[in-house]
Write a protein that binds this ligand. Sequence first.
Ligand SMILES: [Zn+2]
Length: 594
Amino acid sequence: MADGPLLVYGPRSLEYDFGPRHPLSPRRFGPGIELLRAVGAEPGLAPEPAPDAELEWLHAAGYIDAVRRFSAAPWSEPEAGIGPGDDPPFAGMHEAAASVAGGSIRAIEAILRGDAEHAYHPGGGLHHAMRARASGFCIYNDVALAIARARRDGLRVLYVDLDVHHGDGVQALHYSDPGVLTISFHETGRSLFPGTGFPAEMGEGIAAGTSVNVPFEPMTGPEPWLVAIEALVPPLAAAFGPDLVVSQHGADGHVWDPLASLSLSTTAMGRAARLVDRVAHRFAGGRWLATGGGGYSPSRVVPRAWALTWLAGAHRDVPDRLPGKWLRRWEDDAARWDGGPMPDGFEDGPGFPGTSSIGLPAGEQARRTVELVRTVLVPALLGVAGSRGWWRFDAAASPAAIGAAPAAEAPPAGRQTPTLVAPLAPAALDGLILAPRVIPPADPVVAAEILRAALTDGAAAAAAVSGEWIVGVALAAPTPVQGVDRLVALGVAPEWRGRGLATAMLRALVDEETSRGRALAALHTAAERDPMDPLPRAVRRGVAEALARSAGMAIAPAPARISAVDPDSRLAVARSVGAPNDLQARIEAWLAGR
Ligand SMILES: [Zn+2]
């Protein structure tokens, strides 16, 4: 087998076929697989139907029965989303759809066994299928089922959806599971199917904060799209701590795609795939299943997007030009089905016609959306760590500055009553170990590096120390608002919770700040939680309010733009004597992005 991701493709891939007039055409496999072969990929796993017992992990038994009836008798009355329109019945549709699911499930199993580090299933990515309903060309949700397979082994899964349409089915099927973080980048539901995917859809109950949605206006273009992915995926992954990454790389965001209008380039899609690859290596031990998805320009766009995704997983450079033999073989198809000539290269290059968003409001809107999503869903410490240079996710891990616990090891509980250390100076870290799950990110080695960098940068902190272990941290960082610091982390290791340590640290920090004439502001959002064992959403808010109150902070609703996304968000402020009257207003203006 060739080096590079395990390529999932076989004869059954061609059977998922809604007919000659349907946009999702198996015609894409001809030029698509041939171009993959030209860059060195060879199919290594042929999809076969997943048994009902596996489909039933997420799909209703009655729905599977209905799909089987259509499969045998396609002329049946419309039912469960199957009928004239997006999801027309066809003979053999159960076996065809179950094979797409089987391909993604078997690919995950190959990764779990260690037979493959990465796998790529271009025929997969049917992300709209719901529990008991077909939707948006999708019958069974192969990506959600692949995630479910990993969850059965207890693994935490990061899902990144880059299709131009919102990944609504995957989100819905894992909406209440705190062990699955879904992040979808898509054209806004105000103008495009399926009409969902707004930032307020953030997961429910204990899973609040594990659905992330980044909607874009039409004609956003490649640059703001890629900036959003680069700004959000690494810190969200770092905070969540996945064991495995699953991603969906629909090619329908491309400027030549007939069904949507995000105006992307293949260059941006390839770069996004390379970012997902780096995130998988940095945070998930390299375990990564990539799938295809939408893409309705079957000759001119889909094959290039597939090749770029596979090359990203193969860690290989992109060839300068498309192979001449491939171009000659498919140029007639491009003219006939895609309405235009073939391009020269895999990548579209800068200034590709139709992709410039310079001067359009969509780019500025994207920037504001990213800022809002970051405020509500990225832990404050990781947002600030990025902007102040305390941490770069792509940098090689530096030798642990203050040591750190191996992830599996926890400090021995109850040995020594913790001591409150306030203020915490950088030198005090020497010889201490930061316990897991005190502050983000999930990896305590990286958390320790960030804490060291923060203190060196002048951040104010209080800590709870037991023996050689740091078991609690409260940390404040400067803000652009004059005289105001922000509480960016407040956490206690699991074994030491419920003993009043957080209250004591927060009080000490408030005293320290106000005695220096500074105010301390704290914004509680869905991002501030223990990702390994999160409390229900309303309980988290109650805990945050009680802590702020006991530290003498005044509590108010978060600014309207933030509350609209996260109704449980709260703003708490401790003012110093003589603070200006408009302090609260200035803090709110800053948090709301002005
Ligand atoms: Zn890789």
